[in-house]
Design a protein around this ligand. Structure first.
Ligand code: FES
Length: 649
């Protein structure tokens, strides 16, 4: 062998190359994942590599410092201006001169893995639909006339293997000054969200653009809307925020919003306007939090249930209110953000995940993308708890899905002291089984209410959120304050003065209140709202189990905006989910939101979810008589048919 052998780590890819080959070119030829925005011109520094020197006898080579060319002036200049970690080289400048082992650090990999914070079922491989490319374009030549765009497209094809790029009129209007200002060098943002055949220039900067591109993943729920602002180059979540859906004033649940639209001419338009205004405010909030200009948001991904999906798009949801629950479209959608009145980058693209069926929306598709039941050997039940619960049951053989109208109680609405999960909300509750005294924890504080300094740390207590009310009622049940039918006993019956009369029923005083914080109680009305919600959730899960022909599931995943905070034990005591070994119940956080983030950061995940949803078997709860039977049976706490046997084991 005369040519040097190059081994790249961590991929292990290897090959021989003539002396003088650039490391970047060797990497490209071997298909090694090494980033570059400037196309090897020594401008972007994204191509940094870390050569390893020493005896690599297992590979049969010795890698010595002389295996790479000396530092050149480009690297020297880069290092003196920007600094570079010791031992790093620019892959586009260093030349191969001998056998060498070269490591590609994670930040230099294009398809890097973005590890999720929550209990991971999968990592996200970064592969965004919009990317930056730096190109050098031929200057115009009178003797070979061609348009500036044609020459730019030619340069993109030659330098980046991006054939047939097109652009909007808006870009065309900016192209000529940008090319001339950059002295025929420009950075372009190119969108390829609809597959490799469509490459659309969505922005042009003169010269090299230092900055990054941003995207926002939005879970548009009936009660709450959650947004994550991500850096499309690193995949990092820079800011997350949530707000209440302002459509609540038109109806708390989906069907009441559909009725509002039926009863009020122009009602759907009004609701569309309200939600779009709120989305803009939310986007502005995350942009402000991350200190970025919203005009640098190039992509948005939405997941939503079918009614919210239609209202976002400005489609009257009236057909979704009656059988056969026809969607305007169940396919995924790719549109311009301006079509949804979003004030982000003017060429920003919006991707909306596909819906599964009339009542099972893009949010359920996002849960399927995030939790991947089709890859599970175990039979897994996934419940994404919100105003509408998305429920999936399946394994590698088959996946079933349904949606169940739980109402907004789990999100803190319809609860006397209820509120969204935000600082000040009670999120954890314990009640002593002997003296019936409560202790609780508030979002924003690590201390329990009976610990020193609790009030000072917790600040003002403002209400109780979804996970808080679930724990409170489950604890009340375990402490004997509530009977299986959901009735709170009197002080005489329960032996605690905290149970006080409230009209003809009773309520339990969780917190007496003080000068700054209100009195917080759990009323019989609260319990009723939670009973209805949890019975709907349970009935949906049982219906899927009936269809699958099983009495038990191997494991349960609890997801939802507050999924990460639901205590599996309390969910079981309440009878939210069918019996299962409590250690087989895990929380997955906001799975729909995670699905949206995956689709934002990885364009092939969009194709994956589009193919997968077609294979999911959908079960319609609204027309299934067994749903009603399960619902009635499940109203008790925990439920009529399955006392929490597994929990007692
Ligand atoms: Fe841009 Fe090397 S590829 S600096």
């Amino acid at each position: 062998r005369t040519d040097p052998l190059v081994i790249f780590t961590p991929s292990g890819k290897r090959g021989t190359f003539p002396t003088g080959t650039r490391v970047l070119d060797a990497a490209r030829q071997l298909g090694v994942d090494l980033d570059s925005v400037c196309g090897g011109r020594g401008i972007c520094s994204k191509c940094q590599v870390a050569p390893s020197f020493g005896d690599f006898s297992k590979h049969g080579i010795t890698s010595s410092p002389g295996a790479l060319s000396e530092w050149n002036s480009v690297e020297e200049r880069y290092k003196s201006i920007r600094g570079m970690i010791d031992g790093r080289r620019l892959g586009c400048q260093a030349l191969i001169e001998g056998d060498v082992v070269i490591d590609v650090p994670p930040e230099s990999q294009v398809h890097k893995q973005v590890v999720r914070k929550s209990a991971d079922t999968r990592d996200i491989v970064l592969d965004p639909a919009t990317r930056l490319y730096y190109v050098e374009v031929d200057a115009p030549d009178m003797h070979e006339p061609s348009g500036d765009l044609e020459r730019l497209s030619k340069a993109l094809a030659e330098q980046w293997d991006l054939p047939g790029t097109t652009c909007d009129l808006r870009i065309m209007q900016q192209l000529q000054p940008a090319l001339r200002k950059g002295d025929w060098k420009v950075t372009v943002a190119v969108y390829q969200g609809n597959g490799p055949d469509e490459a659309r220039i969505v922005h042009v900067w003169p010269g090299y653009y230092e900055g990054t591109l941003y995207g926002v993943a939005i879970d548009l729920g009936s009660t709450t809307i959650a947004a994550h602002l991500c850096d499309l180059r690193t995949g990092k979540v820079l800011a997350s925020s949530g707000i209440m859906n302002p459509q609540i004033r038109f109806g708390e649940d989906l069907m009441s919003r559909v009725s509002y639209s039926m009863m009020n001419p122009g009602g759907a338009v009004e609701m569309t306007k309200a939600v779009r205004t709120a989305l803009q405010a939310l986007i502005n909030t995350v942009a402000e939090e991350a200190a970025i200009d919203p005009a640098l948001i190039f992509e948005a991904v939405f997941v939503a249930n079918p009614v919210m999906h239609h209202l976002l798009l400005g489609i009257d949801p009236v057909e979704l209110g009656q059988a056969p629950f026809a969607l305007a479209t169940s396919d995924s959608m790719s549109l311009l953000a301006t079509e949804l009145d979003l004030n982000v980058h003017p060429s920003a693209r919006v991707y909306i995940l596909p819906c599964i069926a009339g009542h099972v929306g893009a949010d359920a598709a996002a849960v399927a993308l995030s939790e991947a039941p089709h890859r599970s050997e175990d039979l897994v039940l996934i419940v994404d708890v919100g105003t509408n619960a998305e429920i999936l049951l399946g394994n590698t053989q088959k996946v079933l899905a349904c949606s169940s109208p739980t109402g907004p109680a789990f999100e803190g609405a319809q609860i006397s002291s209820g509120q969204r999960a935000a600082p000040g909300a009670i999120e954890r509750v314990e009640i002593d089984k002997v003296n019936k005294e409560p202790r609780f924890r508030v979002i924003g504080s690590d201390k329990w209410s009976d610990e020193d300094g609790f009030m000072a740390e917790a600040g003002t207590i403002t209400g109780i959120c979804g996970s808080g009310i679930i724990e409170a009622i489950a604890e009340m049940r375990m402490a004997g304050l509530v009977d299986p039918g959901g009735l709170i006993g009197s002080a005489a019956q329960t032996g605690t003065k905290r149970c006080v009369a409230n009209g003809r029923t009773h309520e339990y005083v969780l917190f007496e209140g003080d000068g700054t914080s209100p009195r917080i109680t759990v009323t019989n009305g609260d319990i009723r709202a939670i009973q209805l919600a949890k019975a709907a959730l349970y009935a949906g899960a049982r219906l899927l189990m009936d269809q699958m022909g099983v009495d038990e599931v191997d494991r349960v995943v609890l997801a939802g905006a507050f999924g990460a905070h639901i205590s599996p034990k309390h969910a079981m005591v309440l009878g939210m989910i069918p019996d299962c070994d409590v250690e087989k119940v895990t929380s997955a956080g906001n799975a729909a939101g995670t699905g949206a983030r995956i689709a934002l950061l990885n364009v092939s995940a969009r194709r994956e979810v589009e193919a997968n949803v077609r294979k999911i078997v959908k079960v319609e709860t609204a027309v299934e008589p067994r749903f009603q039977e399960h619902f009635v049976a499940a109203s008790n706490i925990p439920h009529a048919t399955e006392p929490y046997t597994k929990l007692r084991k």
